[in-house]
Design a protein around this ligand. Structure first.
Ligand code: COA
Length: 169
């Protein structure tokens, strides 16, 4: 069975189509305080970042033909970005729903769509993400668990923050 590439609910669309992605909208979202891990960067860099990732774009569909006039496509209002080889490993980042659309179940739906997609990768070794969020969204919808930290012979996670990071180095 083929994997869906778009999902519809009410007036919203989630799609993995690169052609719908709006780098300017994503960069604008990076200005928000609630996206605490990112800052706006050059738009060509955002475009490259999106092109080289598997992006689940969240869009608000137009409610009337008059609201379509002069627009190139539905407005991007959220994102979940997987940096992945689409076989063995995926790193989930840049998950957001714009403030005005939060609390409607759209964030949960985004992660459900990510889960539906990665389930089709039978050889997947690991999905990773870093979050300061306390809600159970990722555990419940993506099946991730906190990484065991350096007790006995358990493995440690190493990282190096670059200039693009706004998180503590
Ligand atoms: C996290 C986020 C993507 C959830 O999107 P959403 O569409 O609001 O999510 P839902 O309506 O499906 O609710 C999912 C959970 O988010 C919580 N939530 C809803 N609105 C929220 C808000 N404004 N701020 C924080 N959490 C919120 C809900 O309480 C729910 O948690 P629960 O299941 O424990 O009750 C969204 O709040 C967001 O973009 N926050 C800012 C960026 C961010 O923190 N991203 C996640 C980084 S790991």
């Amino acid at each position: 069975m083929s994997t869906p590439t778009e999902w519809y609910r009410d007036q919203y669309l989630i799609s993995i189509s690169p052609s719908l992605l709006q780098p300017a909208a994503v960069n604008e979202a990076f200005k928000s305080d609630s996206i605490y891990w990112a800052k706006p960067i050059g738009e060509p860099l955002v475009k490259k970042m999106l092109e080289k990732s598997l992006c689940f774009g969240l869009y608000e569909l137009p409610s009337s033909t008059s609201s379509i006039a002069g627009k190139n496509g539905p407005r991007q209002i959220g994102l979940a970005r997987l940096i992945t080889d689409e076989v063995s490993f995926a790193y989930l980042t840049d998950v957001y729903v714009l403030d005005e659309f939060q609390g409607k179940g759209l964030g949960t739906w985004l992660i459900e769509c990510v889960e539906a997609h990665v389930m089709k990768w039978p050889e997947l070794r690991r999905i990773m993400l870093i979050t300061s969020h306390t809600n159970k969204l990722y555990e419940e919808k993506l099946g991730v668990k906190p990484f065991p930290q350096g007790v006995n012979n358990e493995m440690s996670v190493f990282s190096r923050a670059g200039l693009g990071s706004v998180l503590p180095h």
